[in-house]
Design a protein around this ligand. Structure first.
Ligand code: ASP
Ligand code: MG
Length: 425
């Protein structure tokens, strides 16, 4: 039963990080293992920017940013001192040429174009890491994730076709593992049944690792992180954040759902189905105890967990004719939200108004306003903060909301959510 390792882009942003990851792979390579990697550093963001510039036909900036990205990758490869450097550079040049060609296409479907461009980040990182692991004498076998993870054609957020994915993983990964090769593949990127590139949603590499683990019935998945493990709050926002030694799959699903950015929300379900242990491990201190995630729920209520989502928008929708916000009007609203790919973080309705909270996005707000303003009155607030507390207590709620204006509250037995106006300054 293999082990699946996943390394995110933040860990691979420089030569030192890549050397460290290779050392970890080396340590475990006597057992069958699959390694999933994300794009290096902030490459995915850079590619998003390139796509935006190409659509805006801003040739000058596009070229400048493209060369910057290319330079970064080539410098990294050079610093790593890859063997057979000339051949390697030739391949990278080819990849970058393909990216340039893709940037010149005017895609009719924005989402499809997005996937064709941003997926290059993982193509580049896959190549560099393959080259480096090989130069360290590790028997690495790169399998293109587009041949492994087969999805539908819902670009930017594709759904897995499990049957086809299972077949391709069994055909391409299992034989390599049997030969004791370290299988390397790209996270986040997949392909539809026609072979057109799709992606699984931002930060989706965790999910790729879970898909592979599920099909291969892995012993465990280790997500390597630049934090000590799964924390009860974002340490950048709460200096007293602590590491959670153990949580259940269900608790992890809830945390991811409410926006804890440590694990991609879709990751846990496949692992839970097969009872595969998930470890969140410290990249910089690999000997320390990781957070363990499994079926046991006994520790879940022990430590309260805080999740803050910043830059939230509150959209309040009411009918123009003052009729109730009931099934028919809600249907219209939901259709428009789904068409414009809104991801709702919280919703609430009263007799005459329906409120949705989502990550601020002015473009989407404008689109939906246009679409619904015939039948509805729309009002919105932006710059809000959504605070979720799992296993809350009154003291915590008072402390965290003191002096802030509360727009909206929602409470269940285990969870409270507060929409707050953050303090200025
Ligand atoms: N590179 C992709 C992203 O930044 C996927 C990932 O990192 O998991 O969203
Ligand atoms: Mg990434």
């Amino acid at each position: 039963m293999p082990r699946v390792f996943k390394f995110g882009g933040a860990l691979l942003q420089n030569a030192e990080g890549i050397r460290r990851m290779a050392a970890l792979v080396n340590e475990f390579q006597c057992e069958p293992m699959v390694v999933v990697v994300s794009a290096i550093g902030k490459t995915t963001n850079a590619l998003e920017e390139l796509y935006r510039l190409s659509r805006a036909k801003n040739k000058e900036q596009l070229q400048q940013k493209y060369f910057q990205l290319k330079h970064q990758h080539l410098m990294l490869a050079e610093e790593l001192g890859l063997q057979d450097f000339e051949t390697f550079i030739h391949t990278m040049e080819e990849d970058f040429r393909k990216l340039w060609d893709a940037l010149s296409v005017s895609y009719r479907d924005w989402y499809k174009g997005y996937d064709q461009i941003v997926s290059f980040g993982e193509t580049f990182s896959g190549r560099i890491i393959e080259g480096f692991l090989a130069s360290q004498g590790i028997p690495v076998h790169l399998v293109d994730s587009q041949c492994l993870i087969i999805t539908n054609s819902r670009y930017t957020n594709a759904s897995v076709n499990w049957e086809m994915t299972q077949k391709s993983i069994n055909a391409r990964v299992v034989p390599a593992l049997e030969k004791r090769e370290v299988v390397l593949t790209q996270g986040f990127v997949a392909a539809d049944q026609l072979g057109v590139t799709t992606t699984l949603g931002r930060e989706g590499s965790d999910f790729t690792a879970a898909i592979l683990a599920y099909v291969l019935e892995a012993e465990e998945v280790c997500i390597w992180k630049d934090v000590p493990g799964l924390m009860n709050a974002d340490p950048r926002l709460f200096h007293d954040a602590v590491k959670l030694p153990h949580v259940s799959y269900n608790e992890a699903i809830e945390l991811a759902f409410y926006g804890a950015s440590v694990i991609h929300p879709k990751t846990i379900q496949p692992l839970k189905k097969k009872g595969i242990l998930l470890k969140v491990c410290s990249f910089f201190n690999p000997q320390s105890e990781p957070t363990l995630i499994d079926a046991d729920e006994s520790d879940d209520a022990r430590i309260p967990k805080l999740i803050v989502k910043k830059n939230q928008a509150l959209l309040s929708i009411s009918t123009r004719d003052l009729s109730f916000m009931a099934e028919e009007s809600l249907k219209k609203v939901f259709t428009a939200l789904s068409k414009n790919r809104f991801h709702i973080n919280l919703m609430q309705n009263s007799a005459v108004s329906f409120s949705v909270i989502f990550d601020e996005n002015i473009e989407k707000l404008e689109k939906i306003s246009k679409e619904l303003s015939d039948s509805f009155i729309l009002k919105y607030n932006t710059g809000l903060e959504l605070l979720t507390i799992r296993h809350y207590n009154d003291e915590l709620i008072d402390n965290l909301s003191a002096g802030k204006h509360i727009f909206l509250t929602q409470k269940t037995r285990t969870t409270i959510q507060l929409l707050l106006q953050p303090e200025v300054g």
